[in-house]
Design a protein around this ligand. Structure first.
Ligand code: G
Ligand code: G
Ligand code: MN
Ligand code: NA
Length: 252
């Protein structure tokens, strides 16, 4: 049922929109935002419709639309910025899309069509995108780095987490999955997990972002552990570009 509606929606313009959730460093400065897709007028979360899109072959088209929208939004911010500088916009890329042979060339043309500055883009991919063909993934991540695009591993800790391959991947950051972060101040198990992930990330030169920071107690706990990047409802919920804009332009 969702499949039929998705198939229709993907053919029509403006059916999908992006919200932006700001991201912060330990000093509390906004350093960028994550783009999150929403199906307009439909009470379905991406958690529900992304898997359907992936199972039905619609994800490539949807993923293309998401990247394209994010790049056009970035270009709009670039034009509004006196210096052309804007804080980084990070986009989730599905494993299916990332593993397409032509992913890099597709992304390159989306960026150039939008006249977006690739140095202001980030890509978030899950571990599952990287384990299947690690050699290919390494080449793609290296190509993204060449373009100035930062790559983060999303939902870190929920996937395969093979240390052998992690060390080979030229990624920039780990995003600790929110299931480990939420309530960390009151949960010794999660505290131990987050501490371990941070030690692992830092030992191979990656920055680590905590997702799902919902209160000050958890934030203070993460700060004590040496976490450098933060995202969560405590800082800001996903919001329309017009609202996120002020945080994304420099000197705000
Ligand atoms: O935004 P929300 O927390 O409801 O997202 C739920 C899930 O959907 C998260 O796992 C998130 O990574 C995923 N998601 C949200 N937006 C996108 C998107 O634009 N592309 C992909 N591939 N996944 C997304
Ligand atoms: O898997 P991914 O990291 O892309 O998921 C991002 C999703 O997590 C977003 O859709 C956002 O709505 C949700 N999210 C972000 N911050 C928080 C938070 O502090 N608490 C909860 N419950 N969800 C959050
Ligand atoms: Mn994400
Ligand atoms: Na995540």
């Amino acid at each position: 049922f969702i499949e039929k509606q998705l198939q229709q929606a993907i053919k029509e313009p403006e059916q999908f929109g992006l919200l932006y959730q700001p991201q912060f460093n330990a000093r509390g400065d906004c350093i960028g935002a994550e783009a999150l897709v929403r199906w307009n007028g439909q009470n379905l979360s991406p958690e529900e419709f992304i898997p359907v899109a992936e199972d039905t072959g619609l994800m490539l088209e949807l993923g293309h639309q998401i990247l394209s929208r994010a790049c056009h939004d970035l270009k709009q911010l670039q034009d509004e910025s006196a210096t052309g500088h804007v804080k980084r916009i990070s986009v989730n890329v599905s494993a299916l899309q990332f593993n397409q042979r032509n992913f890099i060339s597709e992304l390159t043309s989306i960026i150039s069509n939008a006249e977006a500055n690739s140095h202001l883009i980030g890509i978030e991919i899950t571990e599952s995108a990287l384990v299947k063909n690690t050699d290919e993934a390494i080449k793609k991540i290296a190509a993204l780095s060449e373009m100035g695009i930062r790559v983060s591993i999303d939902d870190f800790g929920t996937g395969y987490s093979s240390l052998a391959y992690l060390n080979r991947l030229p990624v920039n950051a780990l995003k600790i999955d929110q299931t480990f972060v939420k309530g960390i101040a009151k949960d010794a198990n999660n505290l131990a997990i987050v501490e371990t992930i941070m030690a692992l990330g830092h030992s191979i030169g990656l920055s680590v972002m905590a997702e799902g920071v919902e209160n000050d107690a958890d934030l203070q706990c993460l700060k004590r552990l040496g976490c450098e990047l933060y995202q969560g409802f405590y800082f800001g919920k996903p919001m329309p570009l017009a609202m996120a804009k002020h945080s994304l332009l420099p000197n705000y």
